[in-house]
Design a protein around this ligand. Sequence first.
Ligand code: HEM
Ligand code: HEM
Length: 182
Amino acid sequence: MSVMNTNAGYGWPARMLHWVIVALIIAQFVLANMAESAESRMEMFVLFARHKSVGLTIFALMLIRLLWRFVNTQPQLPLRTPIWQRHIAQTTHWLLYALIFALPITGLLGSAASNFPVTWFGIFTVPAMIGPNEALADLFHELHEIFAVALFMLALLHVLAALKHHFFDRDNVLRRMIRQIN
Ligand code: HEM
Ligand code: HEM
């Protein structure tokens, strides 16, 4: 199994990071929705605490992923993929990266501004970067929600594109994110 990416495919660390982060992002949407429809304040508090811990985990994994992307080559799209699709793919990927960073940052700032602590599974507490401030709390909560909706829409576009490659173009773009292709 190859560690590094090649022009034709992804090494196992890039594939593993992709799928682990996908699973954790899905968990984030589920946890946020469960928290919002919780029946007691205690239940809501516990679910949001978990949402924050998983969000911090995503943040750490994304830092590793970004670093990994910079020290690796990016597999090329098939030669017959039109140039406009290459541009959309590249823009979508960078926007996805930007949103997955923006979400934990606005989450952290929103919690700090609301004077709510953030711990990583109760093991350590993240120091608040800003003091309590109602106006900023509203702003960061609003931004967090907008970014979450944007991430959802872009991820949907991204999944449709992956399925199009697989079923219509019949190339190995989806396959190479699943297994080793050299
Ligand atoms: C990639 C990571 C994350 C994703 C995908 C995500 C997603 C979401 C979603 C979908 C909601 C519900 C939106 C709404 O109706 O307000 C939400 C709410 C919330 N999230 Fe996150 N979140 C992430 C990371 C974080 C982190 C790291 C924190 C805090 C450290 C956090 C704190 C909160 C809080 C406090 C709320 C409820 C209040 C609000 O709307 O801002 N989130 N998140
Ligand atoms: C939350 C959901 C998702 C996010 C945020 C996401 C994000 C990304 C990003 C940023 C890349 C660029 C490559 C990299 O830097 O690692 C990528 C590549 C890819 N993703 Fe996703 N992804 C998601 C879900 C999915 C799903 C569900 C599928 C399959 C149906 C999928 C299939 C692919 C494929 C095939 C590539 C490789 C594209 C290429 O080689 O040019 N992704 N994804």
